[in-house]
Write a protein of this length. Structure first.
Length: 215
């Protein structure tokens, strides 16, 4: 079995949510703040919200608020169809979200300043990580380590890692490609669908894929 030159190091992760100054009380507010808020806030309300909304029809916080607080079902559906798996930068994602909102307002100007039932609070998440003793030198060890991860830690290595790695990949794929020299397998892991699957399902799929390759 191929052994890496450097081990994969698992960490335990948790998140402290920081509430920003931006408050959207109308769709017009939301559109303006989408253009100016931090990249970390865009990431939090789309990628990181997947963990919260996996069992909901709409996975992003923006779509959830537009539906629940503004009663704009068509716009909520459009925002929800912005597929985070296909974007290559947070600016691209920001543009897609803001563009969809601006087009809706152009078609329905009265909706722009209609007060929402409750404000949208823009947030960011600050990571708190603690290195674990668990390390993986082989694909088999990586698969076993993934099976034991908490969902928060799985999200850290598989989803929030995309912010650190410029949305291109995840921690597992990065290690598989650069430490084991397996870009083919790295691509397969990176293509596992975390967008429509539950995190439990994603964990099983990634671990099973790695275990099969290790056999």
């Amino acid at each position: 079995m191929n052994r890496a030159g450097q081990p994969f190091e698992f960490v335990a992760a948790s998140y402290l949510v920081r509430i920003r100054r931006e408050r959207a009380r109308t769709l017009g507010d939301l559109g303006r703040f989408l253009r100016t808020c931090s990249d970390e806030s865009i990431f939090y309300h789309t990628f990181q919200s997947l963990e919260t909304h996996h069992y909901s029809a709409f996975s992003s916080d923006f779509a959830q608020w537009v539906l629940a607080a503004c009663n704009e079902a068509a716009l909520a559906e459009r925002l929800a169809t912005v597929d985070v798996r296909g974007v290559t930068s947070l600016e691209e994602l920001r543009g897609a979200l803001a563009g969809a909102l601006e087009e809706h307002i152009q078609a329905s100007p009265a909706s722009a300043e209609r007060p929402a039932f409750e404000p949208f609070h823009f947030c960011e998440a600050a990571e708190v990580t603690v290195p674990l003793e668990t390390r993986a030198w082989t694909l088999g060890e990586l698969a076993e380590g993934i099976r034991r991860l908490s969902l928060h830690t799985l999200s850290y290595h598989l989803i929030t890692s995309r912010l650190r790695l410029k949305l291109q990949t995840n921690d597992f794929s990065h290690w598989i490609q650069h430490s084991l020299g397996r870009p083919d397998l790295a691509a397969k892991v990176n293509n596992v669908d975390f967008y429509t699957n539950t995190l439990e399902g994603v964990r099983d799929e990634v671990a099973d894929l790695l275990a099969a390759e290790a056999a």
